[in-house]
Design a protein around this ligand. Sequence first.
Ligand SMILES: Nc1nc2c(ncn2[C@@H]2O[C@H](COP(=O)(O)OP(=O)(O)OP(=O)(O)O)[C@@H](O)[C@H]2O)c(=O)[nH]1
Length: 329
Amino acid sequence: MNDEHDSSFDVSGVAPAGPLHGERSDGFRSGFASFVGRPNAGKSTLTNALVGTKVVITSSKPQTTRTVVRGIVHRPDAQLILVDTPGLHRPRTLLGERLNDLVKNTLAEVDVVAVCLPANEKVGPGDRFIVREMAKVKRTIKVAIATKTDLATPEQIGQHLLDIQQLGAEAGIEWAEVVPVSATDGSQVGLLADLLVGQLPEGPQLYPDGDLTDAPEQILVAELIREAALEGVRDELPHSIAVVVEEMGLREDRDPDKPLLDIYANLYVERDSQKGIMIGHKGARLREVGTAARKQIEALLGTPVYLDLHIKIAKDWQRDPRQLRKLGF
Ligand SMILES: Nc1nc2c(ncn2[C@@H]2O[C@H](COP(=O)(O)OP(=O)(O)OP(=O)(O)O)[C@@H](O)[C@H]2O)c(=O)[nH]1
């Protein structure tokens, strides 16, 4: 780990490992969707079914108001990024101002919010709560998903869809789509992907093609580093830091019983003064951040990690405020 005196910010150099990749907008669509719903509604299973492979999920990760990427659906015509909205899973913890902030900050920054309502259960107070919260966010497109249809009879599903319509009407929501799916048997999952993609704006590819699990892993690793870096300096550097994992791979020529994962990451701040804060006296703070982040990453991935962390200044990093804001930058 060391500090690098590089104050330039070359977007082309950053793009392959993070957002801003690609400049096309030839009818290509891209954007963000978030699944909400009460616990056990089927959000994770549906995310995995849409992404087509199991993605890493950090249950141990402390919740923040920032979005965490759960999975990316890559298609020739679109890229759908599924993000988490921390909090709405657990209505009880979401009272008062904090609730309003969370809802405003996260749901307002995605393109589509989809509520998962299990078809084998009646709509209940928890669902009503969540739908009312969704209704407060005006701009975002709202979709309702009847999940777990394999566990319900056709009659139940029919009634459930009517209940969902009514639930929307009570809250003043006009559902852009109401879609029954089963993530377990795959029924209508493809249709759901089409309908969600259809709601996205035209825009460039935001993440590189490639391994569906690697991209979220790198993003999660970047998130962990960012969290560690913000520890204790949140007030001074609230939204001014971003982390991009440039490269991540197992070190070659290692004893297979003793793997080591090399991670090369850049931490971007906006100003010299912030760089000073990040580095700390004789680099002490940067070392602490590196150690804390490394432990978190090791716990997440289950492999010893070598973390090479550089601090860079990126004066003009808000080149695409809409996308950067959405990503929590
Ligand atoms: N039969 C059936 N079971 C499902 C389906 N989707 C999810 N489940 C099951 O329902 C349970 C909850 O699913 P999750 O995807 O973990 O639900 P979640 O909404 O992410 O839950 P939280 O993480 O608690 O918010 C699990 O046991 C899943 O296997 C489905 O389409 N059909």
